[in-house]
Design a binder for this molecule. Structure first.
Ligand code: GAL
Length: 377
């Protein structure tokens, strides 16, 4: 090879290497993995194992059908949070008509936690059954010995059949399930919702569990947060020691306040939650809340967005999915949101922003690009 050819070849290599090497976050831009593909892990959840971050998320495909699970749950790994290695599909859907995990079902917001005692990686996700829209409102469980999978599907459930939340007063338990009585929306309807009309409706068969997240506390106890009661009320549920079931200890959180997309983190002994309202794939004003215990009571802290009116109304055109604690940095937390593109979901973007604290409240401000030195100030 001539010298000039070698130089051109090396320059192209350097250019390519430079292109995939990220040194900052660019919220809302195409974000390529090590294969040069836009990262495909929507409604993501993050797990830290030693010095490595794992990003699990909904693997979408092109076109509106891409909103359903055609492939499964994808997983990526990274040591620096900027550059992500494609680790393939962690949980696969398949063609077995007898399995609830059949292609065309809905798998959303997968979250993985590691159980120190059983040495298993435990994945929970929002699961809707094929051809049944969003009516099943189940949470699914899968498990693996390896962080990147393959995960084996175990079951999907409507949790807490026949069990009342610990903070549900006896006086409400015998009220009727008189759903047809009220005009929707109306103050009477709202009151019935706050008083748990949907909770009572689902008492026998088990509760609804849609948008969800998991949180493992410092004592190793894990909690499953999910939108329940027709998305009107969050439920926070303690998981069993092996994280593979519900203990039956659960609470209703912010009744009737319509929270979806919960994302939890802990700072200085307090628990913080980001969430959204209910507008499907369209963005809405973000919300935040604080508690002294995952099971609550939770106190609303209002919209966490600091910015223009439009940014406040749309949470920077995003919906929360997770908060990542940065390895080795104190009080360094990253908000992770999805900018959904329902007509071509594979093109959905990721909005990562540093969390700032002001007057003991977590707040977010837009940045076109930023890096982890933000937290050194
Ligand atoms: C959103 C929810 C998403 C997805 C979507 C479907 O409200 O947060 O995870 O379920 O609705 O319309």
């Amino acid at each position: 090879m001539k010298k000039i050819t070698v130089i051109i070849f090396l320059s192209i290599c350097c250019l390519l290497a430079f292109q995939v090497k990220y040194r900052d976050f660019q919220p809302g831009q195409v974000w390529e993995d090590d294969l040069g593909l836009h990262i495909n892990a929507h409604g993501g959840g993050f797990l830290i194992q030693e010095d490595t971050y794992y990003w699990f998320g909904e693997h979408k495909v092109e076109g509106a059908e891409g909103n359903k699970a055609q492939v499964g749950v994808g997983v990526y790994s990274s040591k620096d949070l900027f550059n992500w290695k494609n680790e393939g599909i962690a949980l696969e859907v398949h063609d077995d008509p007898n399995s609830l995990l059949i292609k065309g079902c809905v798998i959303e917001r997968p979250k993985v936690i590691y159980n120190e005692k059983t040495k298993k990686f435990v994945m929970w996700f929002h699961h809707e059954l094929k051809d049944r829209g969003y009516e099943a409102a189940m949470t699914g469980l899968a498990v693996s010995d390896n962080v990147t999978g393959p995960y084996s599907y175990i079951k999907s459930v409507n949790p807490h059949a026949g069990i009342w939340p610990t903070n549900y007063p006896d006086s409400l338990k015998s009220l009727p399930v008189d759903l047809d009585k009220f005009e929707r929306p109306s103050p009477e309807w709202k009151e019935a919702v706050v008083n748990g009309v949907f909770l009572r409706r689902d008492f026998e068969k088990g509760q609804m569990a849609r948008d969800m997240t998991l949180f493992v506390d410092d004592d190793g106890k894990a909690y499953h947060f999910h939108s329940s009661e027709n998305n009107q009320t969050l439920h926070v549920a303690e998981l069993t020691e092996d994280y593979m079931d519900f203990t039956g200890n659960y609470t209703r959180v912010l009744p009737g306040q319509q929270n979806e997309a919960p994302a939890i983190f802990k700072k200085d002994g307090k628990y913080y939650m980001f969430s959204s309202g209910l507008t499907g794939w369209n963005p809405n004003p973000g919300k935040s809340a604080v508690a002294d215990h995952p099971l609550g009571p939770w106190t609303p802290l209002g919209n966490m967005v600091r910015g223009t009116e439009d940014e406040m109304k749309t949470t920077f055109w995003s919906q929360s999915t997770a908060v990542i604690p940065v390895i080795g940095k104190k009080d360094a937390f990253i908000y992770v949101g999805d900018r959904w593109v329902p007509e071509n979901p594979i093109d959905g973007r990721y909005i990562w922003l540093p969390i700032e604290f002001e007057n003991k409240r977590p707040v977010l401000r837009w940045r076109d690009s930023w890096d982890l030195s933000f937290f050194d100030n």
